[in-house]
Ligand binder design. Sequence first.
Ligand SMILES: *Cc1c(COP(=O)(O)O)cnc(C)c1O
Length: 394
Amino acid sequence: MAFSPGNRFSRPTMAQIDLAALRHNLARCQSLANGNRLLAVVKANAYGHGAVPIAQQLAQCGVDFFGVSLVEEGVELRQAGITSDILVLGGAWSDDDEIVANDLVPLVFSAEQLRRLDEAARRVGGMARAHIKLDTGMGRIGVTPGELDDFVRSLALTRHVRIEGLASHLANAERLDHPQNAAQIRHFQRARERLRAAGHDPKWRHIANSGALLLNDAAKDGSDFNLVRPGILLYGEAPDPALNERARLKPVLSWRTSITHLKEVGEGQPVSYGGRWTAPRPSRIATIPVGYADGYNRRLGNTAEVLIRGQRARVVGTVCMDMCMVDVTHIDGVCLRDEVVLIGSQAGERIDARELAERVGTIPYEILTSVGARVPRVVVDSEESQTPHIASAT
Ligand SMILES: *Cc1c(COP(=O)(O)O)cnc(C)c1O
């Protein structure tokens, strides 16, 4: 199958984003959520998928709460017309005016943050909104149990910040039997009691990322916890390969390019930098226009496979910045411009982000968020069979 992505781009490399798969995964998350409110995590450019088209589609499907990591990610969604609540998961340590002006909801966990947010809201004569972040054992950000009394005293001095939620984050959510899960939930419950005793009972309470949404009923009980925050499940990957069956998801992103050069090499001839591969026999080598500057990890050289004409073919030699080479000797009829799939399906074969992750010793999250800014995201809808349109070139 040959294809051309339109004439805006000089090369055929693109990440195709399937909105139908996204809707499927959202429905799975909604059914796992047991009626609790759902916040869709769209940080890091929606895990590399393109924050704006992803959030717009989710909003159309009724999602009314988004999670980003950075203030500027929240501003990007506001500028694209997203009017729902937007939680800034990374917290706020500057840009309080921007937070208030864009009605973003940061996680807060220090007296200093409360004071700055309070002042920013007072300056414009409004109210800021925030969720309290508890550190129940993740050891990253949040109010620890030992800091809670001081934090409550700071809350009492805060006039222009409305606390709408109480949040924490699990360190081992994708392992149901890990004892830290229950311990973290107990810490949360105790902190919630102490806050209640001080007169604070935030409306939204949440701790469940994708792992907990899949596995942990206590983290979505509708009582202590009434909101869930999936990220990776929405994009069609489970947080752990062992959970894939159970998750029943559809990958949203496929990464495609096509052959831009074909040649024959003789036995013993080296290919690419450092000659880390030499042809063991007369071979046919395809060059594809994608490299580590596009997020195709350099460690995939001599290791990864791609799909061409429905067959697997190995990446041979070192991955270059902008290109890499593939041994296609065994594939009949290979032509210039044949489609090459790095992640995704082709004629019944499939390569998942998970497979690439395992080859380089990382997780699908890193593979997806690494797809480079210069790879255009092309939004398609496999249920509508409409012509693809370019969502953004970033
Ligand atoms: C990234 C993130 C999530 C989503 O995690 P997944 O494992 O992708 O579901 C949820 N909550 C917080 C605080 C996060 O930083």
